[in-house]
Design a binder for this molecule. Structure first.
Ligand SMILES: C[S@@+](CC[C@H](N)C(=O)[O-])C[C@H]1O[C@@H](n2cnc3c(N)ncnc32)[C@H](O)[C@@H]1O
Length: 437
């Protein structure tokens, strides 16, 4: 591999005798892996588990497979999986993923929250925020709000609010060189220092949003000390934090002069590059005033939703119902009013009010467990291929007309209408694809 000028020298200085093994590791293939989604009712057994992880496996899953399309798996290389594993929120917590797209850490954080509590998943780029929404929906996340904000605007609304903040910071990306060699085009000797200034700015906002006793998990996918240990030392010097030691599993090594933090190098750890630090906030932030979110449905909309709920769901969904135009959303109950923020996903999209009727969304049919829904239709691989390509599916029998949850491998893939023995196609146009035989 042809490294940028200055990179080899830098790591020879940092790693000494180990530099040769480190640089040689770039000739090996990048390590592929995925996580299973523990919130899916129907599971598949995979082999080659990543040791010491609850949900990680080595290997590749096709983006066109049933497992991917129904959100049973999320592709993520092993080192990146360590960040949310260090954070490990408990159900009920209020969590912020401050730089979240495309959603690797966020999907793992909601796996820990298990539908209880709140994840605010934020992404500054609107293009990337759309991808984040798509990934959170596919994963079936219910208690997640996706914001598309700068961190300073977010900090004005969420002062002293969160129990846990994860900042997977924009960085010089050295740890991605093997997977995406074009990441090297941006690199120069000065680049890590420039990234560090941005990281400090973002962290100032992050600190403002921590509640009493809150935790901060800081990570990068680079080995540059300027963006890692130097940032953590700056945090410790500037604010009232203490480091929580990270257990060095699977070949992680201690950070430079900060043994509580963790570095992942490909010649020690089977994965790409990563740095993680775990901190507890001992300072105090005056919490902002939080008004609860309010429902804004008309009585007609309430009864249309309740009719749908009674007819199709086995249990009532909890949360705050809100409409935006004709779109109905379910917000997590703990979420305060965040009306001033740019929102990319206002909680779980339940569906659309159309003249005197309610049509359930694709996201709802992905999020609900089949055991929560009264009627579902399982389709097998041959019909799955037709369905994701946008075709209707002929059923073996005639069923009562109405909405059914489409089931693939025992997990939901949206809702669709049946008329007679035809399952109409409700797979979103923008997501359709063809599977080659
Ligand atoms: C390392 S990536 C996040 C990856 C993500 N956490 C995941 O696991 O899928 C860093 C993110 O920071 C965002 N970003 C860039 N500049 C930013 C800024 N000034 N403030 C906040 N986020 C920024 C990028 O758009 C990018 O999505």
């Amino acid at each position: 591999m042809q490294f940028p000028e200055g990179f080899v020298k830098k790591y020879e200085t940092i790693l000494g005798d180990e530099a040769r093994a480190f640089l040689a590791s770039f000739d090996d293939e990048a390590v592929s892996a995925f996580r299973i989604n523990p919130l899916r009712e129907s599971q598949v057994s995979f082999s080659d588990a990543i040791p010491n992880t609850p949900w990680g496996y080595y290997g590749k899953v096709s983006g066109k497979s049933q497992e991917h399309v129904t959100g049973l798996v999320y592709s993520q290389e092993p080192a990146a999986q360590m960040v949310a594993q260090v954070a490990q929120p408990k159900p009920g917590m209020k969590v912020l993923d401050l730089a979240a797209a495309p959603g690797g850490k966020s999907t793992q954080l909601v796996s820990y929250l298990a539908g209880d509590g709140l994840l605010v998943s934020n992404e500054i780029s609107s293009k990337r925020a759309k991808i984040l929404v798509e990934n959170m929906e596919r994963f079936g996340a219910t208690n997640v709000v996706v914001t598309n904000e700068s961190t300073d605007r977010l900090a004005k609304v969420f002062k002293g609010y969160f129990d846990l903040i994860v900042l997977d910071a924009p960085c010089s990306g050295e740890g991605m060189f093997r997977k995406q060699p074009d990441a090297m085009d941006y690199w120069s000797v000065d680049y890590p220092g420039q990234c560090a200034s941005l990281q400090r700015e973002i962290l100032e906002d992050a600190v403002n949003m921590l509640g009493e006793g809150g935790r901060l998990v800081y990570s990068t996918c680079t080995w540059a000390p300027e963006e890692n240990e130097e940032i953590i030392n700056w945090l410790l010097d500037t604010y009232d934090f203490e480091l929580i030691p990270i257990e060095h599993i699977n070949g992680m090594v201690p950070g430079i002069d900060l043994p509580e933090t963790a570095r992942m190098y490909p010649h020690h750890f089977k994965g790409e590059g990563q740095f993680v630090a775990h901190l507890k906030f001992k300072g105090q932030n005056k919490a902002g005033k939080f008004k609860p979110s309010k429902s804004n449905l008309s009585s007609e909309q309430i009864s249309l939703w309740q009719d749908f709920e009674k007819k199709h769901l086995k249990e009532k969904l909890t949360g705050v119902l809100q409409v935006f135009g004709d779109q109905l959303y379910l917000l997590p109950e703990v979420l305060p009013d965040i009306g001033k923020l740019k929102i990319a996903r206002n909680g779980l999209h339940l569906g659309t009010f159309k003249k005197k009727r309610f049509e359930p969304s694709f996201a709802l049919g992905l999020a609900l467990k089949p055991s929560q829904v009264k009627q579902g239709i399982e389709i097998h691989q041959e019909d799955f291929v037709k369905y994701v390509a946008g075709e209707t599916v002929q059923l073996a029998e005639t069923l009562p007309n109405g909405w059914y949850q489409v089931l693939v491998g025992g997990n939901g893939l949206g809702f669709a209408k049946v008329t007679g023995n035809t399952l109409k196609n409700y797979f979103p146009k923008g997501l359709r694809f063809k599977v080659k035989n």
